[in-house]
Design a protein around this ligand. Structure first.
Ligand SMILES: C[S@@+](CC[C@H](N)C(=O)[O-])C[C@H]1O[C@@H](n2cnc3c(N)ncnc32)[C@H](O)[C@@H]1O
Length: 249
C-alpha cells in the first residue's frame, strides 16, 4: 500500500466485518466522525464498502458493467475469445488476480464458472461486498452466482487444487503504472492499494502447475511477456493484449 489507509464505520450492521479487517490489518476502527472525502479510507456505510480519498469515491458496482454484457456484446470481448476452449462448453476459469472482479464478471456473463482469488484484504472486502450487493439484483444476480470468491494468495491455492480448472487467468499489476491522467479518477484510489507484481515467476509457475488446458495473461498492448515466457499465441487489442499459453497434458 502506497498511502496509509484508515477504516471508518458508519453502519453498525457492518461492524463485525469492519472490526475483523481492522484487527487483521492492525489499525484502529474509526467511528463517529464527520463525513468528508479527503482522507484516504475504506468506509463501511449504508450496507456498502467503498474507498474515499482526495475528494473522490470508489463504490465498486457490477451493474456499471451492464452495457458490456448485453446480448451481442459478449462475443466481441477479446477476453471471452481468449478463454474459449473448443469443444468445452463448461470451462472453469481460475482468476488468480481477481482485483474488483471485472474480468471475471465478463467471463461469468459469457457462461464460464469462475473461481476468484484476491490476496489484498482490503480489495477482497470491496470485491466481496459488491458481489453480495449484486447478487440481490435480479438483472445480474444469476451472473454473479457463477463467481466464487476467495481471500488469499492464488499461488498457494493453485498448488493445492484437487481438480484443475480449464483456464488460469493472470492479470498482475504491471510495474509501470498508468499515468494518473490516463485512468478514470476514481480508480486512482484503487492504485493506492495495489503494488506492482514482485513475483512474476512464482505466479507463472503456479499457473503452469494448476491450469488444465490454458493460461490466459492480460498484458498492456506493448508490455513484455509475463516472466519472460513467450506465449503460444496472442489476441491483440488497442490497450491490452491477451497472451495464451497452452498446457500439454
Ligand atoms: C490489475 S489487478 C486485477 C484486475 C482484475 N483483472 C479486474 O478485472 O478487476 C491485480 C490484482 O491481483 C491481485 N493479486 C496479485 N497477485 C496475487 C496473488 N498471488 N494471489 C491473489 N491475488 C493477487 C492484486 O492484489 C490486485 O488486486
Amino acid at each position: 500500500m502506497t498511502e496509509t489507509l484508515s477504516i471508518y464505520l458508519y453502519d453498525e450492521n457492518l461492524n463485525e466485518r469492519a472490526g475483523k479487517l481492522a484487527s487483521n490489518l492492525n489499525i484502529p476502527l474509526v467511528r463517529d466522525i464527520p463525513r468528508e472525502k479527503e482522507s484516504f479510507k475504506l468506509c463501511f456505510g449504508e450496507g456498502k464498502v467503498f474507498l474515499q480519498g482526495g475528494g473522490m469515491e470508489l463504490v465498486p458496482d457490477f451493474t456499471d458493467l451492464s452495457d458490456r454484457v448485453k446480448p451481442g456484446r459478449l462475443n466481441t470481448e477479446v477476453l471471452v475469445k481468449a478463454c474459449k476452449i473448443k469443444g468445452d462448453n463448461n470451462t472453469t476459469v481460475f482468476d488468480a488476480t481477481a482485483g474488483l472482479g471485472e474480468d471475471s464478471f465478463i467471463l461469468a456473463a459469457a457462461g464460464f464458472n469462475v473461481i476468484l482469488y484476491e490476496k489484498d484484504p482490503v480489495i477482497y472486502e470491496l470485491l466481496l461486498n459488491s458481489w453480495e450487493r449484486g447478487r440481490k439484483d435480479p438483472k445480474i444476480g444469476a451472473i454473479l452466482s457463477r463467481m466464487h470468491i476467495y481471500s488469499g494468495d492464488s499461488t498457494e491455492a493453485l498448488s493445492m487444487l484437487t481438480e484443475k480448472p480449464g483456464v488460469v487467468l493472470l492479470d498482475p499489476m504491471f510495474p509501470e503504472r498508468k499515468k494518473s491522467g490516463l485512468i478514470k479518477k476514481k480508480f486512482q484510489l484503487l492504485q493506492k492499494l495495489e503494488s506492482p507484481c514482485d513475483d512474476e515467476e512464482g505466479l507463472m509457475a503456479a499457473a503452469l502447475k494448476g491450469a488444465g488446458k490454458r493460461i490466459v495473461i492480460k498484458r498492456p498492448a506493448k508490455g513484455p511477456d509475463l516472466a519472460g515466457r513467450v506465449p503460444d499465441f496472442s489476441y491483440p487489442g488497442k490497450a491490452v493484449r491477451y497472451d495464451c499459453i497452452l498446457i500439454n497434458s
